[in-house]
Design a protein around this ligand. Structure first.
Ligand code: AP5
Length: 232
């Protein structure tokens, strides 16, 4: 008899610059999973000059969070369009209010979260990382001049389009983003840990973390959703 595989319904948490975008694109490359990044969605809205984009530009350039009601609507709307059974949310929820609203939506759809990945990276490591970060806004692809530089300086590897620096990647704004993270997002760790959903990966050096995540995903969800090559 065939045993139906467990769908992947994953949240990715971690401080600014912890590597959420980097890990979520690797997960997406190797598993049949749709990913939604709140930061990428907001940056697309900013690039298109939408109403949400204008609010997000003001808030994120100061390092502040976008109001909960706007974020909740944006993400729950996006979740509605996902027709794949596996999904990963990167950067949402970021407050207890957002987490509760997400639970409500998912409970009504009978799709509870089954894993929360937390990337735990020392703060002295991440400031340097974000100073070296370049992004391709349309796709959300992230580069780092030291860690994963683009093949040609300033250009996206896949499309050849221009890369840009994020307006919120400067030491002053970064400090505010970290403070917000400590105050508003860290309580989420307890929220999910109480429900036995939290799995923390302590990051040390560059490429060590992804193989650990992959191993854990294969252990929990089996190989049915896997489309990559074994990294072990
Ligand atoms: P968002 O885009 O989510 O920003 P963030 O949380 O500050 O996270 P980052 O994108 O800075 O970091 P990351 O963890 O994705 O790291 P990355 O992979 O790029 O949100 C931006 C803003 O939008 C927020 O400040 C807020 O205003 C608003 N917002 C978003 N969601 C919201 C919500 N839910 N509610 C309210 N407001 C919201 O990696 C960082 C760098 O390090 C890269 O250059 C990368 O190449 C490099 N790198 C990655 N991994 C490694 C490694 N292992 N070794 C060396 N370098 C590495």
């Amino acid at each position: 008899p065939t045993i139906e595989s467990t769908p992947m319904r994953i949240l990715l948490l971690g401080s600014p610059g912890a590597g959420k975008g980097t890990q979520s694109s690797r997960i997406q490359k190797n598993f049949n999973i749709a990913t939604i990044s709140s930061g990428d969605l907001l940056r697309k809205n900013m690039a298109n000059g939408t109403k949400i984009g204008k609010i997000a530009a003001k808030e994120s350039e100061r390092g502040d969070f976008v109001p909960d009601d706007i974020m909740i609507e944006l993400i729950t709307n996006e979740l509605r369009f996902i027709n794949r059974k596996n999904w990963l949310l990167d950067g949402f929820p970021r407050t207890i209010n957002q987490a509760e609203a997400l639970d409500e939506t998912l409970t009504s759809r009978c799709q509870p979260i089954n894993l929360v990945i937390n990337l735990d990276v020392p703060e002295d490591v991440i400031l340097q990382r974000i100073m070296d970060r370049w992004v391709h806004v349309p796709s959300g692809r992230v580069y780092n001049l030291n860690y994963n530089p683009p093949e040609s300086f300033g250009l996206d590897d896949i499309t050849g389009e221009k890369l840009s620096r994020r307006a919120d990647d400067n030491p002053e704004t970064f400090k505010v983003r970290l403070q917000k993270h400590h105050k508003l997002t860290k309580p989420l760790l307890e929220y999910y840990s109480k429900r036995n959903l939290l799995f923390t990966f302590k990051e040390s050096t560059s490429d060590e973390i992804y193989p650990q995540i992959e191993k854990e995903l294969l252990k929990r969800f089996g190989r049915e959703h896997f489309k990559g090559e074994d990294s072990s």
